[in-house]
Design a protein around this ligand. Structure first.
Ligand SMILES: NC(=O)c1ccc[n+]([C@@H]2O[C@H](COP(=O)([O-])OP(=O)(O)OC[C@H]3O[C@@H](n4cnc5c(N)ncnc54)[C@H](O)[C@@H]3O)[C@@H](O)[C@H]2O)c1
Ligand SMILES: [Zn+2]
Length: 360
């Protein structure tokens, strides 16, 4: 088992990554003095596969636990879901010692973290991520929240978990589409900070998709190390953390424009990275060789046809409403080369349009 520390002073927490460790989770809660009743928030799909194993582990360690289910999928990331969960927790009599356990992908994690941050002004929570995307990205860093019809992740908090418990074996039941979503974030780490990781994905994509757990252990560890380092430097995204948004300015706009249906977050990020790399190429920030490597890798996922009836005008509106915008300027994170990015805030509308055209 590997352990990484997200170094945030009194809010520091460990990320454990291993195989077959779900069964030890109950023990770990006791070890970390998380003694209150556990509220597991999960989706039915995850519960079907691993609910029993989790319950067994909690029972074995004599932890009182309750289960709250949400519907899987991005459309659940709404205020309605938050209100429903908070009501159930009040009805269950959860107090300030209760512990929220997010058991699922990024949707469950973002919702459960948000709930934990506002329930009785904040109770502890932990992340037990079950998708590749959540294991490499959303389970650490403490961004929580929900979507709004006017924009993705517009309502939320920064609220760090007490621990991240990542069992790679649960990936074995993940559909291929979800593996591709995780690859979106993995490729992002490669482009922003780790050229070797990018090359590893180029060379060994088949093994990743076939869920070679040894290889995934290395990749998940590497991504978590990068993210932990960036978050420790800039927890609330006032500067350096912004680089994690490569591909996301356009990606989030695509998700919002599609009404959070038909395209998933990871797929939107892959297309967003393609358009934003073209933007960098057109601005002469990125050379054609590296652009083509990014384009070739992303085109291996066959995402054409994912976007239908996307209206550029509306897309631009979402892009301008991005959280990184200020005084009418949208900031873009653009690659200088594979492994290095810069933040650019003077991008003309024409350039945004011409960079989008090939993906629409
Ligand atoms: N907080 C952050 O820092 C951060 C970072 C990146 C992404 N996100 C958010 O994460 C969300 C996307 O997360 P996601 O891609 O994990 O999607 P998801 O949570 O919707 O999970 C995808 C699907 O996989 C199923 N699933 C989960 N684990 C499974 C398993 N082990 N076996 C079989 N099926 C399984 C789920 O039931 C769901 O149907 C987006 O809302 C995005 O905004 C947040
Ligand atoms: Zn993302």
């Amino acid at each position: 088992m590997n352990k990484i520390l997200v170094e945030l002073g009194k809010n520091a927490y460990p990320v454990f990554i291993g195989e077959g460790i779900l069964e030890n989770l109950g023990e770990m809660l006791n070890l970390y003095n998380l003694s209150g009743q556990v509220v597991v928030i999960s989706d039915l799909n995850v519960h079907k596969h691993y609910g029993e194993a989790l319950t067994k582990s909690l029972n074995f360690s004599k932890k009182a636990s309750h289960l709250i289910f949400i519907h899987g999928g991005e459309r659940s990331k709404s205020f309605r879901t938050i209100e429903k969960i908070l009501t159930q927790m009040l009805e269950l009599g959860c107090d300030r010692n209760s512990v929220v356990l997010a058991f699922g992908g990024g949707v469950v994690g973002d919702i459960a973290g948000f709930v934990a941050s506002v329930y009785k002004r904040g109770i502890p929570y932990l992340q037990v991520p079950t998708t590749l995307l959540a294991q490499v990205d959303s389970s650490l860093g403490g961004k929580t929240g929900v979507n709004h019809p006017l924009g993705k992740n517009m309502i939320g908090t920064f609220y760090q978990p007490k621990m991240v418990w990542t069992d790679l074996t649960v990936l074995q039941t993940l559909p291929k589409r979800e593996i591709v979503c995780g690859l979106g974030e993995i490729i992002k780490y490669g482009v922003i900070k780790d050229a070797e990781l990018f090359k590893l994905v180029e060379d060994r994509l088949h093994e990743i998709v076939a869920l070679d757990l040894e290889l995934l252990q290395e990749i998940v560890l590497r991504c978590c190390q990068i993210k932990a380092g960036i978050v420790a430097e800039d927890e609330k995204e006032t500067g350096p953390r912004m680089v994690l948004n490569f591909g996301h300015t356009i990606g989030h706009a695509l998700e919002a424009e599609m009404g959070y249906k038909k395209i998933s977050h990871g797929e939107a990020v892959l297309l967003g990275m393609l358009a934003e790399s073209r933007m960098a190429l057109n601005l002469n920030i990125l050379d054609i060789g590296d652009f083509q490597r990014i384009e070739r890798l992303i085109s291996r996922f066959e995402l054409s046809g994912k976007l239908n009836r996307v209206e550029v005008g509306r897309l631009l509106k979402f892009i301008k409403a991005d959280k990184k915008s200020s005084s009418g300027h949208t900031k873009f994170v653009l690659p200088r080369k594979i492994g290095e990015v810069e933040i650019v805030d003077e991008v003309s509308e024409d350039l945004i349009r011409s960079s989008l055209a090939p993906i629409l």
